[in-house]
Design a protein around this ligand. Structure first.
Ligand code: ADP
Ligand code: MG
Length: 728
């Protein structure tokens, strides 16, 4: 991959945990991992190989052995990344390795022991200490989210209902790249608050898991921190920088045993490591640089980490190893994986003034509330003045009234009209006075309401403002100068060590290249010796590479066999399903179903299309069938006869069906009675339901010349006269 100016490679560090008690007691073999901290090299010994076989050596940005401290790893490899996030870059740290090798220990560690606090709690300290020490013209907004990916489903760990709802969806925007839709994000104002968020999420993880170990080694956990910082630029305007930090604790990288797994279990196994194998493919494609297509879309994890791998982010990968000989194969795979990741090039850039910065919205909201508050204060001040004025007005009115009363007593003998006029005026004034008191009370009530609203507004304003962290304010416990100095010194040392290692590595490479140039041979013998030495060196190198090729081949064959096995299992299952479909589902039904199915690559599943497409709903609606041409509704034989006979119009549309229900011959007495009834029938009685209550006649009897086409219906008698007339 071509390097451009702003590109930088993914930093890869390797950490090996100490042998645990069980491993120590299992044999005197010791660890298989050796580390050269100065050179950043890992030397792996194959416990099954002969001692003459050369050991495998890998070089990384930094290596940490079993004696390493959490703080060392943080200061040297993580601190620069968090500083970049605070400056507005995207940053990712992910821990990769076999289950039980210390991924969670590295990322989280033991929170209560300051010596054993992992990357995440140290990052919290770092971020909030940085904010407290920054200049007072800077404003910060820190948000945190926590999610896990389990069986290719994204779960929001801060949502209390996450276990009952279906997984969240991924979306992509040109501004922020790939993001999780509807993910809870909590504004955090202090270390305590962000730790609380982490605890809530961790508890949700535990509750969601039936078997914590199984679950945690099969799920990927992502803690996301967004730090927005607003600072006045040289142009006098406030500029916002947004840094996003992904802290990822991946699932165990070991291969899930697939042998003997069928059906649902097989699918599950395939899904569990889908994200990890997709991650491997993405890393290979990026490291290779030749293949244009990077399969980010193959899994949720790779889509989420799209920016972190080959995109706009600075990335640190911590590969964790176990030193036990029993896990040699897995350790080698992890080292190869990590070695490949070193070649990935990212293009990090500062996210300046993005449209979706929440800080900008908060600032706008605060400014709005502030303006509203000022306006209210000014208004209430004015109202107070108004009320005071009215109080003064009322006093003067009272004085006037007193005066008038005095005038009234002195002029007892005034003319009646004058007295009445004064009386009216007095009433008016009294009324006016009431009005004033009422108005004053109303005004006071309004004032009280206003005051309450103002208090509410002030509280809202303060709450909103408190979400923003202002640089320079002491938001953490007091950190004295000495401590600050100590930290700076520690950083300097870490920086120094890193540089030293880089120089050592460069020197090693150059040494090999220049050794030939520096050598001058005084005699032929000397030259032969030197050349033999070099030949030996090159020969051992060749052996190493040959061994490497053999290993790769073995690994390739192994994974191919595994894939073949999975393929066979899946083919067997497919054949089984086909058998059922071909033999038990009618072909036309099968075709109907197949025509309705569409594949959604976004969701990675087949969906049913609706039966009737939404737009053509109406065009597809069938018309109501007409049963007889020229008639509004279905018409029976009886109605047709009635129409033909010109019977009473009332019965023309009667729909009486002849149903062959009664198969036994009619009783002669009932027939006589029937005939009698029929002859006595007058047109006015035609419809009498009481008259034919006992008549039961099936249509099959209508065929005889004397028969009468009756039915059990109430209206059947209407046919009698016609039928009888026909019969006679
Ligand atoms: P993983 O998350 O990779 O499955 P853990 O982080 O749970 O593994 O580690 C497994 C065990 O090993 C834990 O008991 C942990 O305390 C211990 N451990 C891991 N790394 C170290 C280390 N560097 N130093 C000491 N103990 C460690
Ligand atoms: Mg773990």
């Amino acid at each position: 991959m071509s390097k451009n100016k702003s590109s930088e490679s993914v930093k890869v560090v390797v950490r090996c945990r100490p042998l645990n008690r069980k491993e120590e007691s299992s044999g005197p073999v010791g660890g298989i991992v050796q580390m050269d901290l100065r050179l950043g090299q890992v030397i792996l010994r194959n416990p099954r190989a002969s001692p003459s076989e050369p050991q495998k050596t890998f070089t990384f940005d930094a290596v940490y052995d079993g004696n390493s401290k959490q703080r060392d790893l943080y200061d040297e490899s993580v601190r620069p990344l968090i500083d970049s996030v605070l400056a507005g870059f995207n940053g990712t740290i992910f821990a990769y390795g076999q289950t039980g090798t210390g991924k969670t220990y590295t990322m989280q560690g033991a929170w209560l022991d300051p010596e054993k606090r992992g990357v995440i709690p140290n990052a919290f300290d770092h971020i909030f200490t940085h904010i407290s020490r920054s200049q007072s013209d800077k404003q910060y907004l820190v948000r945190a989210s926590y999610l896990e990916i389990y069986r290719e489903e994204i779960r929001d760990l801060l949502d209390p209902n996450h276990s009952s709802t279906r997984g969240l969806d991924l979306r992509e925007s040109p501004e922020t790249g790939v993001y999780v839709q509807d993910l809870t994000s909590c504004v955090c104002k202090s270390i305590k608050e962000i730790e609380e968020v982490m605890n809530v999420g961790n508890q949700a993880r535990v509750v969601g898991a039936t078997d914590m170990n199984e679950h945690s080694s099969r799920s990927h956990a992502l803690f996301l921190i967004t730090v927005e910082c607003s600072q006045p630029g040289p142009d006098g305007r406030k500029h916002i920088r947004v840094g996003r930090l992904n802290l990822v604790d991946l699932a165990g990288s070991e291969r899930q045993a697939k042998t003997g797994v069928h059906g649902e279990r097989l699918k599950e196994a395939a899904k569990i490591n889908l994200s990890l194998s997709a991650l491997g493919n993405v890393i290979s494609a990026l490291a290779d640089g030749r293949s244009g297509h990077v399969p980010y879309r193959d899994s949720k994890l790779t889509r989420l980490l799209q920016d972190s791998l080959g995109g706009n982010a600075k990335t640190v990968m911590v590969a964790t190893l176990g030193p036990a000989p029993a896990h040699y194969d897995e350790t080698l795979t992890t080292l190869r994986y990590a070695n490949r990741a070193k070649n990935i090039q990212n293009q990090p850039k500062v996210n300046e003034d993005p449209k979706d910065a929440l800080l900008r919205e908060f600032q706008k909201e605060i400014a709005r509330l502030k303006a509203q508050l000022n306006h209210r204060r000014w208004r209430s001040k004015q109202k107070k003045e108004q009320v005071d004025c009215e109080d003064w007005g009322r006093d003067s009115d009272e004085e006037m009234e007193d005066e008038e009363e005095a005038v009234e007593t002195e002029t007892d003998d005034y003319v009646k009209l004058e007295e009445q006029r004064l009386e009216r005026e007095k009433e008016a004034i009294t009324e006016d006075q009431f009005l004033l008191v009422e108005e004053k009370q109303k005004l006071l009530g309004d004032l009280r309401k206003e005051q309450e609203a103002t208090e509410q507004l002030t509280a809202k304003y303060k709450a909103m403002e408190s979400k923003l962290l202002v640089g320079g304010k002491n938001i953490m416990d007091h950190t004295n100068e000495q401590q600050k100095m100590l930290e700076v010194k520690r950083q300097e040392i870490a920086e120094q060590t890193r540089k030293e290692r880089e120089i050592q590595q460069q020197m090693l490479v150059q040494d090999e290249e220049t050794v030939e140039l520096r050598e001058t041979f005084t005699s032929l013998q000397q030259e032969v010796e030197a050349k033999t030495k070099k030949l030996k060196k090159l020969y051992s190198k060749l052996q190493c590479i040959k061994a490497e090729i053999k290993d790769m081949n073995d690994e390739h064959v192994g994974s191919r066999q595994e894939l073949e096995q999975t393929q066979n299992e899946l083919t067997r299952e497919l054949k089984f399903k086909y058998l059922i479909i071909e033999n038990f589902i009618p072909p036309e039904e099968k075709n109907k179903i197949m025509n309705r199915l569409t594949f959604d690559p976004e969701e990675d599943q087949w969906n049913f299309q609706p039966l009737v497409p939404a737009q053509s709903k109406f065009s597809q609606m069938k018309k109501r069938p007409t049963s007889a041409v020229g008639y509004k509704r279905p018409i029976s034989q009886y109605a047709r006869v009635a129409i033909a006979m010109g019977a009473h119009s009332r019965f023309r549309a009667e729909n009486i069906m002849f149903l062959e229900l009664d198969m036994c011959p009619p009783n002669p007495s009932s027939l006589d009675c029937l005939a009698e009834a029929a002859t006595n029938q007058t047109p006015s009685q035609e419809n009498s339901p009481t008259r034919n209550r006992d008549i039961h006649k099936s249509s099959s009897w209508c065929q005889s010349s004397k028969s009468i086409p009756f039915s059990s219906s109430n209206n059947s008698l209407s046919a009698c006269p016609a039928a009888l007339a026909k019969g006679q």
